[in-house]
Design a protein around this ligand. Sequence first.
Ligand code: SAH
Ligand code: SF4
Ligand code: F3S
Length: 476
Amino acid sequence: MGQFVLAEKYGTLSDFKVSQSEYLDLIFEIMETRKRSSKPIAYIHTYGCQQNVADGERIKGMLEKAGFEFEDKPDNADFILFNTCAVREHAEDRVFGNVGALKNLKRKYPNTLIALCGCMMEQKHIADRMYKSFPYVGLVFGTHALHMFPQLLYQALSSGKRVYVRDNDDDYVHEGIPIRRDGDFKGWLPIMYGCNNFCTYCIVPHVRGRERSREKDIILNEAREMIKLGYKDITLLGQNVNSYGKNLKNSLSFSELISEIDNIEGDYWLRFMTSHPKDCTKELIDTIANSKHISTHLHLPFQSGSSRILKLMNRHYDREKYLDIVNYAKSKIPNVSLTSDVIVGFPGETYEDFKETLSLIKEVEFTSLFTFIYSPRVGTPAAEMDDPISAKEKSKWFRELLDVQEEIASKRCKSMIGTTQKVLIENEKGKDGILNARTSGNIIVETKAPKELIGTFQNVEVTEAGNWILKGNLIK
Ligand code: SAH
Ligand code: SF4
Ligand code: F3S
């Protein structure tokens, strides 16, 4: 188990001698005397990507074993945790606002422990700011300290002192942490942690550390267990799944891993994210095309359509290479549904560069896009680059991009009218018997159906199309 590296001024941790699960028993005992209701209540709020959601499910797994129940509001909580994201400034601002709003609650219920974890807390300047601005936050830990959460929570509860920890240990993958999954039939399965790519705009490698893969057998066992429990839609997670397995003793490729998972018997869809275009191989596309369970949805972030900007972003592919892999996917996977991430207004981007992004979008015809305006991140190379374009101008480009994509998405949706789609029924839309379902290509279909069908695969005939969603009739 890794050693803690503490931010110097926060002092050192005392010498712990019991295992993480023993701490859960100790927490249970402490909470017997501190809880406000008959059971200790936790409120866990996760921001950011699925990796953070998966971490949040592990934190809930540990708390559940210590006797906690969960509520989706902080009002009655004995323990409040914000699991934070550092990817853009907006994400960080929301956390500062939400923590600030808890001041009165803490005044009224001094025994409530307020904690912060996740990617933001791995940045020293943020941990420092939290320490100074929010004296009522009792526990702060970064992504690397997740496996020691029971120990840290115990220390914060038993000492009454503030515990602030950032770890630095990239050499280990900690297994065996209990999980309390948020969904009953859709679930996340992390296959690796960290990132080695250092795209010049991105904070993730700085806060999640170096790339490390989980052992194949552990992943296969978790997948088997999820399928046995009835999970129908399983997403394999990693910042760059295509480089899975490189650090393992018996190295194997992502294509090999996903083929082995695909061989597990059962009725389920398998998805994965994120796939980096520089490492997305034709072998992987062939694997998807020949699989039984892998969805026809490929999320392949391109970030910019300009090769000049891609170079400044340190993405290690150019426009031609991106289009080459996309065209190969289109030729091999019938009706492949492509989605992507794109950044507008990277430092030094001109309107000419931006027009290349627009033309790439038109050429590929994505099902949907996650669109971002560039946000400078402390400690990344792009934050030091000249950025002469005004925020107002960038917003104008951004609007233009959204309009172009809306037209493309609408055209794609309309082309599906009259087709029959296999869908997974997910949840109720409102109270009028309309349910939301999702296609293998990740498009929402609204359909009238009994609630009992939630969590099952059905077929629908598509009858109407909006800009982003479809409507259809259940085929009995
Ligand atoms: N590992 C994934 C992405 C993780 S971050 C990948 O490589 O695709 C999710 C998305 O946030 C990125 O794809 C990028 O589009 C966006 N993003 C990351 N840093 C950003 C920044 N500084 N400003 C704006 N968008 C950013
Ligand atoms: Fe960030 Fe690039 Fe790593 Fe994705 S691949 S997490 S964008 S550094
Ligand atoms: Fe955000 Fe961390 Fe994910 S920075 S996007 S939560 S890896």
